[in-house]
Write a protein that binds this ligand. Sequence first.
Ligand SMILES: Cc1cc2nc3c(=O)[nH]c(=O)nc-3n(C[C@H](O)[C@H](O)[C@H](O)COP(=O)(O)O)c2cc1C
Length: 276
Amino acid sequence: MNVYEVRKSIRTFQEKELSSVDLGKISSYLNDSGNFIGPFGNQFKFNLVIEKKTQAEQKIGTYGLIKNAQGYILGSSNTDTKSLFDYAFVFENIVLYLTQLNIGTCWLAGRFRKHHAISHLTLEEGQIIPAITPFGYTAEKPRLKERLAKKILKVNTRLPENKLFFYQSFDTPLERKAPEFQKALHLLRIAPSAKNKQSWRLLFNRDFTKVHFFILSSLADNELYMCEPEYLDIGVAYNHFKAGLDSDGISGKLSINNPAISTPEKYKYITTWTRD
Ligand SMILES: Cc1cc2nc3c(=O)[nH]c(=O)nc-3n(C[C@H](O)[C@H](O)[C@H](O)COP(=O)(O)O)c2cc1C
């Protein structure tokens, strides 16, 4: 199973409790601190909260959009760009690990009850809970409410490549110029993103030794979120991009060195991948 291909957001779960074997696997994964160091070196801890009551009684759950979650996984982060990037990178690995176990998840950065979630963690000064995920076995059929939400978000579609990937300037779409990166770009493009906005914009340099990562910031003033969710989207996107590169044996490193290229409005530079 290619977990990157099969993952999708699940908001309706079965009432069935998780087996002790599955719970044990998740706990072991969460207890291994080696799983939670991001590309910029930030380290995280994650808590598993079991909350297997009916929807009405669920505390963290998200105003009715999530049903029958058997529990939640949550962690905390500082609010600087690198920390949010790292949080998203490692959190996506949790989501993919659960996908591999056939357990459903859904990134939630907006619609969860923040004060209930906070009560399960000890947040240090200035820290936030950027995103959490419910988990459970996927229900056979999503509820009408979920189906409608998915239709509005157009969850099964992604922007065309020529709106996401560019070559030397944001006036020139990358098109087929970087065949070596095809897999990495495909995996990135199917990544989850807040409101399915796919805020990632990638700019390749002349000889394809550098890829600059930008975000198109559009949810900045949305009070639902504890941080601008695009700063999470980009960490998730990089996770997928790196998986594609790893499987094709292409290695590189991240650094922050703004190329000072003219960008469309609302684009923010995040990081640069440089090939080894
Ligand atoms: C950073 C981030 C935040 C998200 N926040 C929410 C949320 O608050 N509520 C929700 O229902 N889905 C949320 N999602 C899930 C997206 O809506 C979903 O990934 C997108 O619509 C694409 O659908 P898919 O995950 O099924 O491919 C979030 C996803 C990401 C990556």
